[in-house]
Structure formats: C-alpha cells, structure tokens
Design a protein around this ligand. Structure first.
Ligand code: NAD
Ligand code: TDX
Length: 336
C-alpha cells in the first residue's frame, strides 16, 4: 500500500505520519508538504530515516506538480491534512485559505480520480457546522454553516469531496474533528500559546469573556480515528471525531497556570475575535458504534502529558518563537 499524506509536517499531520510509519512497516508513506510557516520538518526528526517514509516538498494547489507526482507514485490512499488552519489568520488574509483549502482540495481530487485511488480521505473540522448555543451537539447531519473565512474554506473543500463521490464515484471519506491538542502543536493556537507564555511569565491573551467552549481531542486519539476511517469507513460517509471534553477557554488557561504553578494575574482579557463561535461539541456516536473508536486520553491525562511535552521540548518551541512568529503576534495584538 502506498499512502500520500499531505500536510505531514504540520501538527496533526506529523503525529499521524509517525503513528502510521510505526504501525504499518509494510506501507510506503509519502509526506507531501509545502512547509509554510506552520510546517516544520523537526516534527519528524525521529522517523525521517525510516525505510517506509519519504518526504516531498510541494504545493497541493500546483496542478502540474500534483499530476506528475500522482502519475509517478500511483498512490493507493490519499489523506489530505494540508491546509491553512488558523482562524485569526483567515480574518486578516482570507485569500490563501481559498487557494489551499478549496483549490488545493480540488487539485488533489482530480489527481485522485485520474489514478483511481482506493480511498481519498479529507481531514476536516467541526467548525464547518458553525456554532452551538448552550445545548446540543454537532452530528454528521447538522447543516453546514461556517462563520469564519477559515471554516468557509474548509466547508468548500468538503462540498467538493462530497460532489466527487456523488458525480464520479470517487471512494471518499470526510472526518470532522473537534479541537486537537498534544505534542508539536504550533504555538499560535490556544493551548501551546498559553503554556509557552506562562513559562515565559508573559500575559495570556484571552479573547472576549473567555467563556467560549471548545471540545478537546488528544491528537493521538484523532490519529487512531483516522486510521479506522481509512481502513473501515464506508465510502461516501462523514465521521465526526470528538473527545467529549467541553471546556471554556478560561478554564483551560487556569488549568495550565495551576499545573505550571503560575499566577492567574497573568491572564489578560483582550478584544474578542470577530465572528467568534461560542460553542463546539461533537457527537461521535457514529464513529464509536460503527467503527469501534474509543479515545485513550481523558482531558486530565492528555493536558498533563501535553504540558510535560512542552517542558521537555523547550528547544523545539524556542526555535519557532523567533523571527516571523514575533512579527505575527505584534500585528495580531496591535489593536487588542
Ligand atoms: P497545521 O497548520 O499545523 O499544519 C498544516 C500543514 O499543511 C503544514 O505543515 C503546512 O506546511 C502544510 N500546508 C499548508 N499549505 C499547504 C499547501 N498549499 N500545500 C502543501 N502543504 C501545505 O494544521 P493542523 O492543526 O495540523 O491541521 C491539519 C488539518 O486538520 C487541517 O486540514 C485542519 O483544517 C484540520 N483540523 C485541525 C484541527 C486542530 O485542532 N488543529 C481541528 C480540526 C481540523
Ligand atoms: O490567544 C488566544 N486567545 C483565545 O482566547 C487564542 C489563539 C485563542 N483564543 C480562543 C479562541 C477560541 O475560542 O481559544 C479558542 C481556541 O482557539 P484556537 O486555538 O485558535 O482554535 P479554534 O479557533 O477553536 O480552531 C482550532 O480548532 C478547529 C484549529 O485552529 C482549527 O484548525 C480547527 O479546525
């Protein structure tokens, strides 16, 4: 079996590549990544010389390049993790989100159709469903109602995947997961940003009233879910993946501060994110009953492991939080 994983140098992609390289020594795993600001080959240092792993640098939206690669490699499975993934960046610069998340997906679908892959799996997000009020859960039947340019671009990608199944009979699955956390998470996202700022005794910027709710999923549990969907998912189906761990943002921040022995006075409430979704919560019944998925981590065990990882891997994040990263944060917080 030959697998293409796109976006394998990012947070979830690199965890998934490591998981697959170790679990399936007989599969050939090709990681295709443009290595944008969010991609980091350091994430895969420990497995880069494994005989069943290869890396290729390139853009999923570059049709000629993708067509050539697919023709040469004749992949059996294609898993698309590559995306522009940060909601705040999509508010300041939406165009690249359409380019990568919509056009990139369409280019991969065309190439997958041409070589008749056995499965195309699109890694999507619960954000395509929009926002919930105080009650209820997102199921696979919840209508799409994205609120940010990021989630709109992911929804666009999902609709193309659906259409390629309906129109061309391409064997596809879409997974929609809640917020991931764990090792190698890029420190522009809530949990790693708060851990690193707390360690550096810097302010922790909490948007709005801090009461927005996310449903946290450990990245290793997400990887296991994708493995199951890839091998056992019914063609054309969507599977939601969620950890059943709803927390307000401020609860998360206080948990991190308590575990690091840092004072709550570091919390700084800042201007809210425009269009900020209030609550996400996933109903993962289909995945658990149909495919037998069960998460290994509770939020308590997962956050402890994650904080420990950031303590043990200071060099990894210190290399990131220089240069362009600093410029980005200056521009984000200029008016907050
Ligand atoms: P990430 O930003 O950490 O990684 C994205 C990777 O894609 C990077 O390595 C980047 O270099 C690569 N990439 C970007 N544009 C590319 C292009 N044009 N061609 C090739 N490679 C490109 O993102 P992540 O958090 O690991 O998310 C992975 C996927 O999971 C995304 O599709 C995202 O929408 C989805 N997702 C993420 C979360 C989460 O909580 N992180 C939750 C739900 C869904
Ligand atoms: O500095 C911050 N302060 C803050 O209060 C940051 C970066 C975030 N927040 C809030 C906004 C959200 O309510 O924390 C929550 C989580 O924010 P992010 O880490 O930016 O994640 P979110 O916007 O929920 O999106 C994430 O989950 C779904 C991923 O980035 C997406 O790629 C994924 O689809």
């Amino acid at each position: 079996m030959k697998l293409l994983v796109t976006g394998g140098a990012g947070f979830i992609g690199s965890n998934f590549v490591r998981y697959m390289v170790k679990k399936y020594p007989n599969y050939q795993i090709v990681n295709l990544d443009l290595v944008t600001y969010a991609g980091n080959l350091e994430n895969l240092k420990d497995i880069e010389n494994e005989p069943n792993y290869t890396f290729v640098q390139g853009n999923i939206a570059d049709r000629e390049f993708i067509d050539r690669l697919f023709e040469k490699e004749q992949f059996d499975y294609v898993l698309n993790f590559a995306a522009e993934s940060h909601v705040d960046r999509s508010i300041t610069n939406p165009e690249i989100f359409v380019e990568t998340n919509v056009i990139g997906t369409q280019v991969l679908l065309d190439a997958s159709k041409k070589i008749a892959v056995k499965k195309y799996l699109q890694v999507s997000t619960d954000e395509v469903y929009g926002t919930l009020g105080e009650t209820g859960y997102f199921t696979e039947e919840t209508p799409l109602a994205p609120n940010s340019p990021y989630s709109a671009s992911k929804a666009g990608g999902d609709l193309l995947v659906r259409a390629y199944h309906e129109t061309f009979d391409l064997p596809v699955n879409i997974t929609r997961c809640s917020n991931n956390y764990g090792p190698f998470h890029f420190p522009e996202k809530l949990i790693p940003l708060m851990i690193i700022n707390a360690l550096n005794d810097k302010e922790l910027p909490v948007y709005g009233d801090g009461l927005n709710i996310r449903d946290w999923l450990h990245v290793e549990d997400h990887c296991q879910a994708i493995d199951l969907v890839l091998h056992k998912g019914r063609n054309g189906e969507v599977y939601n993946v969620g950890g059943n761990n709803e927390r307000t943002n401020v609860e998360i921040v206080k948990t991190i501060l308590a575990q690091l022995g840092k004072p709550e006075s570091l919390i700084k409430y800042v201007k809210d994110r425009p269009g900020h979704d209030r609550r996400y919560a996933i109903d993962a019944t289909k995945l658990t009953t149909e495919l037998g998925w069960a998460p290994k981590y509770t939020f308590d065990t997962g956050i402890e492991q994650t904080i420990q990882w950031y303590l043990n891997n200071q060099e990894w994040w210190e290399n990131i939080i220089s240069g362009e990263y600093q410029d980005y944060f200056k521009s984000q917080y200029a008016d907050r």
